[in-house]
Ligand binder design. Structure first.
Ligand code: DHB
Ligand code: MG
Length: 219
């Protein structure tokens, strides 16, 4: 097995199951043209997030790490008309393009892009809690702190999803890397926290080899 074959399968599945979407495709082009790192979730991953939000019947979603708003749009499209997605972005330039992308997707009334460091913004979101779904996808060093905040802003049954928990396999071997350290500390917190039931899945395809942690908050 090679990354080429995994990518070919990803493309096949995506073509079949994730119809091309002019709005979302334009967002990926805008983000690339702005020189943002290619850290958007893949189309198939975006649809996974969308379906998880639908299964969860989420009305309030929190995203930590907006980048250009690609995953925010996938998630927000799962919301009912009175739903709300709050997403936090530390970089004002990224937040500005995310707002434009969200507006182009017709979701300006649903998506609230908050500019600031997540650890500064999260305490201000207590009045917006509880969230039904939290997607953690910002700087990986802070993942343990983001998980603690997700728990504080959760209810029994909240779904927590964290991106990039495999990192080309480094999660199992490269404990010195600060991003890996952050991922491992978060996973260990998930394992130790009695309020959390978690698993993680590896993904391969157009974004290489990575994975999601998926957790549910108990009572
Ligand atoms: C990185 C961050 C991401 O959110 C992602 O999806 C891929 C890579 C990174 O920091 O390397
Ligand atoms: Mg990511």
């Amino acid at each position: 097995m090679t990354i080429e074959r995994w990518t070919a399968v990803d493309r096949y599945l995506t073509e079949l199951l994730v119809p091309a979407d002019a709005t979302l495709d334009a967002v990926l082009r805008e983000n690339a043209a702005a020189g943002f790192p290619a850290h958007d979730v893949s189309p198939a991953q975006g649809k996974l997030l969308h379906l998880l939000a639908r299964v969860q019947a989420a009305r309030r979603i929190l995203e930590i790490g907006t980048l250009g708003g690609y995953s925010a749009i996938w998630l927000a499209r799962a919301l009912p008309p009175d739903g709300r997605l709050t997403t936090i972005e530390a970089d004002p330039q990224r937040a500005e393009l995310a707002r434009a992308n969200v507006a182009a997707a017709g979701l300006a009334g649903v998506v609230d892009v908050r500019i600031g460091r997540a650890l500064d913004v999260l305490p201000t979101l207590v009045p917006c809690a509880p969230f039904d779904l939290v997607f953690i996808d910002a700087d990986k060093q802070s993942n343990p702190a983001y998980l603690r905040w997700a728990l504080r802003l959760a209810r029994a049954g909240t779904l927590i999803v964290a991106d990039n928990v495999v990192r080309d396999g480094a999660v199992a071997s490269d404990a010195a890397d600060p991003s890996v350290r952050g991922v491992r500390d978060m996973l260990e917190l998930m394992a130790a926290e009695p309020r959390i039931e978690a698993t993680a899945i590896q993904t391969v395809g157009v974004k290489g080899w990575d994975g999601f942690a998926i957790a549910i908050v108990a009572a």
